[in-house]
Each structure stands twice: as structure tokens, then as C-alpha cells.
Write a protein that binds this ligand. Sequence first.
Ligand SMILES: CC(C)(COP(=O)(O)OP(=O)(O)OC[C@H]1O[C@@H](n2cnc3c(N)ncnc32)[C@H](O)[C@@H]1OP(=O)(O)O)[C@@H](O)C(=O)NCCC(=O)NCCS
Length: 160
Amino acid sequence: MIVSRAKVDDLDAIMSLEASGFDNAGWSRDSWAEELTSPDRQVLAYRDADDRLVAVATLHLVADFGDLLRVVVAPERRGQGIARKLLIASILMAQAHGAVRILLEVEEHNAPARAVYARLGFSPIDRRRDYYGPDLHALVMELPIESLSYSPGSPLEVAS
Ligand SMILES: CC(C)(COP(=O)(O)OP(=O)(O)OC[C@H]1O[C@@H](n2cnc3c(N)ncnc32)[C@H](O)[C@@H]1OP(=O)(O)O)[C@@H](O)C(=O)NCCC(=O)NCCS
């Protein structure tokens, strides 16, 4: 497993992941290009040993919080803990940049994504009706990270 910053050269692979992950709410190539070039975005890629990009996550650093904007894993590699590892790397990167909490929005019926976020310790703090379209509501979830610690092999923990 290799987690590193994604590059503009990764755009084709990212667009393939995007197409595999979202039916009708996909981001455009221009949107992803902007993610990859904006200084306040952290786009992390997870690559297999053969260098194939199999997952990507992007985070917006805003003042003292990180806004987790997207995570997508190649369909054939789901259920293997990849999103979890990539998000832990993103969260630790946000923490290193001074973030004290991570926020995100997730479509209420996206059970896999909600499971990943809940396992990482995110809790719902708000609900936005019709955020993604008619009857597509968003949950806003938060993870305080000020006192969070993690070491390889251990679960992500918030110290009490
Ligand atoms: C959501 C998504 C990123 C999860 O990636 P993943 O690599 O399969 O997730 P992980 O294997 O890291 O799973 C982490 C935890 O979530 C749970 N989880 C993941 N998918 C699940 C599912 N379909 N149902 C129930 N729980 C699930 C896992 O069981 C795991 O918990 P565990 O540690 O207790 O076993 C992936 O399904 C995906 O790319 N979906 C399409 C894009 C998307 O919806 N992105 C999120 C919104 S931007």
C-alpha cells in the first residue's frame, strides 16, 4: 500500500474511479483538476504495489477545520479497509495543518459511506433537506481531532 499526494497526471485514473463510484452525481474533470491544483486542497491517492491508483480522497482545509469532500475506492477493491486507511491519512494530514475537527456531508442513504465514517468516529450533527436534489438529503458529520492519536496497526482513537 502506498498513500501519496495525487498529481495532475492521475486525472485519467481519478475520472475512471469517479465514473465507477457515482451514478448521476459525478464530479467533472474540471472539478477534479481544480482539486489537484488548489493550494487549500489535499488530494491523497492510494496505489497498489504495481502503482495502479485504486482510491482517492480529497479534503479542503478551511481555517481550523478540514472539509472532507470526496472518497472513492475502485469497486473490485472495496471492503478491504482502503477507504479507512486513506481517510486516516487525510485526517492526520489535516491535523498536521492545524485542523481541530473534520466535517463532511454524506447522502443519507449512502450506507457504505456512512459505515466508513461512523467507524472512524464521525457523528451526525445536522441534516440538510434536499441537499443533493429532491428527496436526497445530506447528513453533516463531524469528527473532533484535536486530541486524536493514531499509530500504525491501531484503530483511530480520540484520547479522553
Ligand atoms: C464508501 C466507500 C469509499 C467505502 O470504501 P471501502 O474501501 O470499501 O471501505 P472500507 O473497506 O475501508 O470500510 C471501512 C468500514 O466501513 C464498513 N463498510 C464499508 N462498506 C460497507 C458496506 N457496503 N456496508 C456496510 N459496512 C461497510 C466496513 O465494514 C468497515 O468497517 P470495519 O472496519 O468494521 O470492517 C466505497 O464504497 C465507494 O467508493 N463508494 C462509492 C463512492 C462513495 O459513495 N463515496 C462516499 C461519498 S463521497
